[in-house]
Design a protein around this ligand. Structure first.
Ligand SMILES: CCc1ccc([C@H](C)CC(=O)N[C@@H]2O[C@H](CO)[C@@H](O)[C@H](O)[C@H]2O)cc1
Length: 761
C-alpha cells in the first residue's frame, strides 16, 4: 500500500550525523562538541522522531483521503518498553544510525541502554496491546490505539533483604522524545452532578449537569510498521485542570485552595493501578476508565463528523475493540452521546452500538471479572447508570421471551447484580452489547463457554470466538536477538520472515547442518555471556554461561506457581547434597533465574519473592554445592529486562495450574529465540504442543479437565486432615482434662485420705 520511498529527511550517515548534532545543539541545547551518552540518546531519539512524524503525516494524509473504516483499540494499559531500537529497525535505518554514531564516537547499543521503559501497564494484557499495535501498523491497518498517559507507570521493584519494595516510576523525569503533546486536541470530561429532564421539541430529553469537569489533553505516540510507511497513532490522554470550572472559587480570594483544586484534576492520570488481579472498586480507577473513554469517544465522533454526518453510517466507519472490560464504559458513553447529544432514538443508537463494539477477555476466573458498585457509579456517572439500567431492562425482557421466568438464570445473566453490594457486571454489559467476544486461546474459549459465560454462550453461541495471542517478532527477535536474526536471514537467504513467520519453516532444510548448529550455539553463548554480565551487575552474583539457564520470568501469582519452581529447586539442592561424588559429576550445572513483580497488596506473592531469596541465600552460599546449582532473583523485571534475558535462556518455565492461564505470551517469546519449554498443558501452550510436538518440550502436570477433581480430592484431604487435627486436639484436650481430673481427684483423694487418717489417728 505504502511504497517505502523516503520522505524529505535523508538517511545517509552524513545527513544523520548533521541531524543528530543539530538536535544536540537545538533540542537538547548542549554544545555539539561536548555531550554525554544520555544527551546523545536524546538527540538521536529526536532525529528518529522526525522520521516517524514524517511517515505519520503521510499515513494520516493517506487515510484521510481514503477515509476507510477505522479500527479503534481501547486499552487502559500499554506496556511499550523502550522505543529507540524498535523504531530504527521498523524504519529500516538501524545500520545507518549505528554507522553515523560510530563516526561521532558513540555506540548505538550503549545509547539504547540510556532509555527508560515506558511501563504503562502491568503484565500480559498490557504487553499484548503493544505487540498488537506493532502488528496493526506492519499490516497497514488504519488503526488507532487509545489509552491513558500515566505520570507514574508500573512501580520500580527494589529488593531489600529479600523483600519487594515499590518505588514510584516517574518515567517522565527527563521528558519523553517518543510522544507529541497535542495541546489543541483536548476535550472536557464530566463527572458527578445530576441528570435533569428537559423538554425538547415536544419530547423529553435527559441533560447531565456535571459536578466536576477535567480537561483531557492528547499525547500522540507514532507507532511505525515494519517494512512499510504505515505509521499509526497511539493517543494517550493526560488530565489537566479545566478552565471551565470553579472560576467562582477564585472569586472567594481563596486562591491557594483554588489552585490546589485545579491540581487535583491531574491526579486522574497520575498513577497506574499496579494490581492485575481483581477489581477493587476504587473511585479513582473508575474515573480513569471513564476519563480516557470519554475523551476517546469525543475524538472519534469529531473525526467521523469531519467526513460524514449521518450516524447510520457510523458502523461502516468505526470498529471499536475493548481490551477486557476495563474500557467497557465506552458502551453507555456512546449511547449517551448518540441519544442525549445527537438526538438519535434509543433504538437507532442501540443498533449502532451493537454493530461497532467487540471485546477481548483475558480472565479465566469469575472473581477476576469487574463489578462496579451501583452507588459509586451512580455518584460519579449518574447518567451512565441510568443508561445501563435501561440496557439491562430491555435485555431482561429479551431473556424472558427466550427462557421464560427462569429467575435463577435471569439473576445470573443480569447486568445488575443484586446482593449485599448492588453492582454492575461489566462483563455482562460487554457481552450483551458486543457483536463479538473473544478468548485469547482455544482452551480459554472452552472455559468461557463451559464455565465463566456458560449462560451467554447458550444464548448467543455465534458471539464467542477465540483469537490465540501472539507476540511481535520485531521486538522479541529482531530487536532483542540480532545475532539469531542475522543467522536466520543468512540461512533462509531472505529477511522476509520478519513480516511472515511461516517462512521460518525453510530452516527445517538446514536443521541437520553442523555449521548452522555451530553458529546457533555461538549466538546462544554470546547471549548467555551478556545475561551473566547483567546478573552480575544487578545482583553481584557470578554465574557461569556453561551452566544451563533455567528461567521463569512473569508477574508473581499463585496460579503461575513460582512456588512449585522453588520447591523443585529445594528438592534438586537436597538431591545434590545427598549425592556421592561420582553422581555429582553427571549433574548438569544449572542457574535458576526467577523474576517478576508482585502486586503491592498481594501478600502471598510477596512471600514467594522472599522465599526465593531465602532459598537462594542458602544454595548460593553453600560451597558444597559450588556451581552445580544457583538461584538468582532478577529485580525490577520489565520489558527491556525480558529482551535481555530471553535470548540467553536455555529452558523457560510456564507451569501454571492447568485451566488458569488464559493464554500466556512469554512462552512464545522464548520459543522464537530457540529456548526449550518446561510447561503444563495450559492456555496457548496446548496449541504450541500441537505445533511443535510433545517431544520438543518438557510437558508435565495435570490436564485442564483433571484439575477440578484433583482440587476436590485435595480439598477433601484438607478437610479430613482438618477434621483429624480437630479430633486429635479434642482427644488431646480430653486426655489432658482426664489426666488433670485424675490428678486432681487423686490428689483430692490423697488429701482426703490423709485428712481421714489424721482425724482417725
Ligand atoms: C482490574 C485489575 C486487572 C488488571 C489487569 C488484568 C489483566 C486482564 C490480567 C492479565 O494481564 N491477564 C493476562 O492476559 C494475557 C494477554 O491475553 C494472557 O496471555 C494471560 O494468560 C493473562 O493472565 C486483570 C485485572
Amino acid at each position: 500500500m505504502f511504497s517505502l520511498m523516503d520522505g524529505f529527511l535523508k538517511n545517509d550517515p552524513i545527513s544523520l550525523q548533521k541531524d543528530i548534532l543539530d538536535h544536540v545543539e537545538y533540542t537538547v541545547a548542549r554544545s555539539r562538541f561536548s555531550f554525554d551518552d544520555f544527551e546523545a540518546y536524546q538527540a538521536v531519539s529526536h532525529s528518529v522522531r522526525d522520521r516517524l512524524i514524517e511517515r505519520w503525516h503521510d499515513t494520516h494524509a493517506y487515510f484521510k483521503r481514503k477515509d476507510p473504516k477505522r479500527l479503534y483499540f481501547f486499552s487502559l494499559e500499554f506496556l511499550m518498553g523502550r522505543s529507540l531500537s524498535n523504531s530504527v529497525i521498523n524504519l529500516g535505518v538501524r545500520d545507518q544510525y549505528a554507522d553515523a554514531l560510530n563516526q561521532l564516537g558513540f555506540e548505538f547499543e550503549v545509547l539504547a541502554e540510556q532509555e527508560g521503559d515506558a511501563a504503562q501497564g502491568n503484565g500480559g494484557l498490557a504487553r499484548l496491546s503493544a505487540c498488537q499495535m506493532d502488528s496493526l501498523a506492519t499490516m497497514d491497518f488504519p488503526a488507532w490505539g487509545y489509552g491513558l498517559r500515566y505520570q507514574y507507570g508500573l512501580f520500580r521493584q527494589v529488593i531489600l533483604d529479600g523483600f519487594q519494595h515499590e518505588q514510584p516510576d516517574y518515567w517522565l523525569n527527563f521528558g519523553n522524545p517518543w510522544e507529541i503533546e497535542r495541546i489543541h486536541v483536548s476535550y472536557a470530561v464530566k463527572f458527578y452532578g445530576t441528570v435533569e429532564e428537559q423538554d425538547l421539541n415536544g419530547g423529553k430529553r435527559k441533560v447531565w449537569v456535571p459536578g466536576e469537569m477535567v480537561e483531557a489533553v492528547a499525547y500522540d505516540n507514532p507507532i511505525p510498521g515494519y517494512g512499510t510507511r504505515n505509521t499509526i497513532n497511539l493517543r494517550l490522554w493526560a488530565a489537566k485542570p479545566s478552565d471551565l470550572y470553579d472560576m467562582e472559587s477564585y472569586g472567594t480570594g481563596d486562591y491557594i485552595n483554588a489552585v490546589i483544586n485545579r491540581q487535583k484534576a491531574e491526579t486522574i492520570s497520575s498513577v497506574l493501578y499496579p494490581d492485575d488481579r481483581s477489581y477493587q472498586g476504587k473511585e479513582l480507577r473508575l474515573k480513569q476508565q471513564y476519563f480516557f473513554v470519554s475523551a476517546s469517544v469525543q475524538d472519534i465522533i469529531r473525526r467521523f463528523k469531519d467526513s460524514l454526518n449521518d450516524f447510520n453510517q457510523f458502523p461502516e466507519k468505526v470498529a471499536l475493540q475493548l481490551n477486557d472490560t476495563h474500557p467497557s464504559l465506552a458502551i453507555p458513553e456512546v449511547m449517551r452521546v448518540l441519544v442525549d447529544e445527537e438526538f438519535l432514538s434509543w433504538k437507532q443508537a442501540w443498533d449502532i452500538v451493537c454493530k461497532i463494539f467487540s471485546c477481548t477477555t483475558h480472565t479465566v476466573v469469575p472473581e477476576g471479572l469487574e463489578k462496579i458498585p451501583v452507588d459509586l457509579l451512580g455518584s460519579v456517572l449518574p447518567r451512565h447508570l441510568q443508561i445501563i439500567f435501561d440496557i439491562n431492562f430491555s435485555f431482561m425482557e429479551e431473556l424472558k421471551k427466550h427462557f421464560g421466568l427462569d429467575f435463577n438464570r435471569l439473576s445470573q445473566m443480569s447486568i445488575v447484580e443484586e446482593g449485599a453490594v448492588k453492582s454492575i457486571r461489566m462483563a455482562n454489559l460487554s457481552i450483551v452489547c458486543c457483536h463479538t467476544v473473544n478468548g485469547v486461546s482455544r482452551v480459554h474459549l472452552d472455559i468461557l463457554k463451559t464455565k465463566v459465560f456458560k449462560d451467554f454462550y447458550e444464548l448467543w453461541p455465534q458471539k464467542f470466538h477465540y483469537k490465540t495471542n501472539g507476540v511481535t517478532q520485531r521486538r522479541w527477535l529482531v530487536v532483542s536477538n540480532p545475532g539469531l536474526c542475522g543467522l536466520i536471514s543468512k540461512w533462509l537467504g531472505t529477511d522476509a520472515w520478519i513480516r511472515d513467520m511461516d517462512l521460518l519453516m525453510g530452516l527445517r532444510d538446514h536443521a541437520g547442518d553442523a555449521e548452522l548448529q555451530q553458529e546457533w550455539k555461538m549466538v546462544r553463548r554470546i547471549n548467555k555471556i551478556r545475561l551473566a554480565e547483567f546478573i552480575d551487575a544487578m545482583t553481584g552474583m557470578m554465574v557461569s554461561p556453561d551452566a544451563m539457564f533455567d528461567v521463569q520470568i512473569k508477574r508473581i501469582h499463585e496460579y503461575k506457581r513460582q512456588l512449585l519452581n522453588i520447591l523443585g529447586i529445594i528438592y534438586r539442592y537436597d538431591c545434590i547434597k545427598n549425592m556421592k561424588e561420582s553422581d555429582r559429576r553427571k549433574v548438569v550445572p544449572r542457574v535458576c533465574i526467577i523474576g517478576g513483580k508482585a502486586a503491592p497488596g498481594y501478600d502471598m506473592a510477596k512471600k514467594i519473592i522472599k522465599l526465593c531469596h531465602a532459598v537462594g541465600e542458602t544454595i548460593n552460599n553453600d560451597s558444597d554445592i559450588d556451581d552445580l546449582l544457583k538461584l538468582v532473583f532478577i529485580p525490577d523485571f520489565n520489558v527491556s529486562v525480558a529482551e535481555l534475558v530471553i535470548p540467553g535462556s536455555d529452558l523457560s518455565q510456564h507451569i501454571s495450574t492447568a485451566g488458569h492461564e488464559a493464554s500466556g505470551t512469554g512462552s512464545m517469546k522464548f520459543l522464537m529465540n530457540g529456548c526449550l519449554l518446561l510447561a503444563t498443558a495450559d492456555g496457548a501452550t496446548i496449541e504450541i504442543i500441537e505445533e511443535i510436538g510433545e517431544d520438543n518440550m518438557f510437558l508435565f502436570g495435570a490436564k485442564v479437565h483433571e484439575v477440578p477433581k484433583l482440587r476436590e480430592k485435595a480439598e477433601n484431604h484438607r478437610v479430613a486432615l482438618q477434621f483429624a487435627r480437630v479430633l486429635s486436639q479434642i482427644c488431646l484436650g480430653w486426655y489432658v482434662m482426664a489426666t488433670l481430673a485424675m490428678r486432681i481427684t487423686s490428689n483430692l483423694s490423697v488429701t482426703l485420705l490423709k485428712g481421714v487418717v489424721t482425724s482417725i489417728s
